[in-house]
Write a protein that binds this ligand. Structure first.
Ligand SMILES: Nc1ncnc2c1ncn2[C@@H]1O[C@H](COP(=O)(O)OP(=O)(O)OP(=O)(O)O)[C@@H](O)[C@H]1O
Ligand SMILES: Nc1nc(=O)c2ncn([C@H]3C[C@H](O)[C@@H](CO)O3)c2[nH]1
Length: 317
């Protein structure tokens, strides 16, 4: 069996010069094995094998496609696996976008990917002149629209997390990082869970949400895994003040009570670690907690301290 596995890896290296070819090859071998039943291979074991060799296959195919350059450093620099993926988590209006902009200007090897709020505010139904604002609909009638909102927000976050890193990051000299504003994990363990606990998502909807969420996260595997999380932490009262100052139209009926509940969800997941998680890798992701209660927007020295903490955190991922 070991010889067979070795043979499969060799074939991957020599014959598959694109990631698609590599994954097709792995799939076809799996099918062949199951049909012929020549070897007793459990799907589970094969999946393990595929997972363990997927990054190798990607590196190999990258090396093959960049074969015009013989330089070893080019091969290493072109490896997309080197790019770390980190999400910024935190309560509504805690300052994630503001902090993300600060990060974007501080590190040229970092790429910030904003939360796709514009998509939620403008859904083209295809049969009406005007687009629907699902964010507004969810805040206006959470019982009716929360489940629909979570399907849309999670799908758009999936797409965001699957975006390939830009060329600039692939060629970075330092630690290259893609920084996402929130993630498919906060979609489930902060917002959807909160809506379920508030009774805005019923138990049937919650079961369905969890089922497809787990399925998608498992299917995409390492592609949606995070290497780190930055938790911007501030008292809910502070977030309430900032939310009021920002004055986003859809949020005008958000109450302090709602922000307190969301704060509790963040604390349970990221500080107390009492939230029940369904993905093993997520339980091991390092978390950097930053005090976002400070008015860092105005104070350059506070910003500099935060950036130093982030750099140190990224360097250890
Ligand atoms: N550290 C800070 N000190 C003072 N004001 C801040 C700070 N960070 C952000 N703000 C202000 O608070 C408001 C909300 O900030 P921001 O939009 O960055 O929040 P967010 O966490 O991205 O919000 P959301 O959860 O809606 O995506 C903005 O008006 C911003 O200028
Ligand atoms: N219900 C719900 N589920 C989510 O996954 C989610 N993600 C963000 N939001 C709300 C918070 C801000 O108002 C606004 C911008 O972050 O959108 C969400 N609301």
């Amino acid at each position: 069996m070991y010889t067979f596995y070795r043979c499969m890896v060799l074939n991957l290296i020599t014959n598959c010069n694109t990631p698609v070819a590599a994954s097709r090859y792995i799939g076809s071998v799996g099918t062949w094995l199951l049909q012929k039943q020549k070897y007793v291979v459990s799907v589970h074991r094969l999946a393990h094998f595929v997972h363990a060799n997927a990054s190798m296959a990607r590196s190999v195919s990258k090396r093959c496609t960049s074969s015009s350059s013989n330089s070893h450093s080019t091969h290493v620099a072109m490896d997309a696996n080197r790019v770390k993926r980190v999400s910024i988590e935190g309560n509504i209006a805690v300052g994630k976008s503001t902090f993300a902009r600060l990060l974007q200007s501080a590190g040229e090897d970092w790429e910030v990917v904003p939360e796709p709020i514009g998509k939620w505010q403008s859904i083209d139904s295809g049969c009406s002149q005007t687009a629907s604002n699902l964010l507004d609909m969810m805040y206006q009638d959470p019982q009716r629209w929360s489940y629909t909102f979570q399907t849309n927000s999670c799908m758009s976050r999936m797409r965001t997390q699957l975006q390939p890193p830009p060329e600039r990051l692939l060629n970075a000299e330092g630690v290259a990082v893609q920084v996402f504003e929130r993630s498919v994990y906060s979609d489930r363990y902060i917002f959807a869970l909160n809506m379920f606990q508030l009774g805005c998502i019923n138990s049937t909807e919650w079961a369905i949400y969890q089922d497809w969420h787990s399925f998608l996260v498992e299917q995409f595997g390492h592609q949606v895994e995070l290497e780190g999380i930055i938790y911007l932490r501030a008292p809910p009262q502070k977030c309430m003040e900032r939310l009021g100052r920002r004055g986003r139209m859809e949020e005008k009926q958000v109450q302090l009570d709602y922000l307190e509940k969301l704060h509790g969800q963040h604390e349970e997941w990221l500080i107390e670690k009492s939230t029940r998680l369904h993905f093993e890798h997520l339980t091991r992701v390092p978390i950097l907690v930053l005090d976002a209660g400070m008015e860092f927007e105005k104070y350059l020295e506070v910003q500099a301290t935060m950036i130093t903490q982030v750099k140190e955190f990224f360097s250890k991922l």
